[in-house]
Design a protein around this ligand. Sequence first.
Ligand SMILES: [Zn+2]
Length: 205
Amino acid sequence: MIIHDISMSIHPDMPVYKNQKEKRPVLRFLQGFSTGESCASNLTLDTHTGTHVDAPLHMLPGGKTIDNLDLARVITRCKVLDFSFIQEKITRRELVVKNIEKGDFILLKTRNSYTEQFEYDFVYLDKTGAAYFKELAVTGVGIDALGIERNQPDHATHKTLFQAGIVILEGLRLKEIAEGSYFLFAAPLKITGAEGAPTRAVLLQ
Ligand SMILES: [Zn+2]
């Protein structure tokens, strides 16, 4: 069995959404070996830091929170689809030619995986693609961008997926991963009442 780490490293200079300062993680050492017999630190994290799972509450008032996520939804078989050739967005047209079946958890590999900075023009899943996933009744969609959509004022991609009960996984790193079938482990931190949480995502092959 091969374990592929598909998570972002968490550090102060990591890519954060739109480079917003308040989204940068802060790791503070409370104690070190110069002051005590052990090392202990404190971490401040945005809930959408790095590789993370979005909960429906992120976009739907009254939506489910991350602690209520059924773990069977994120510890599951999955398919990686390679869309590295796409410049702007993944639409229904690109998806229909792929072998996607009911119940699949789909990870979208794009050119986003090849950069280590936040790109304002990141490749995203547009609303026609989200509608297609809803039609097919997939269980989850992951992407290698810190957001699954951009430039859609109504957030139609998030809302369509959440309303259909589809899990959204963001901030994946898929450069080294070939298109194909894998087993995904992406359980998010169990934060009561939160609308999202970081996860250490891995693929088993
Ligand atoms: Zn998010």
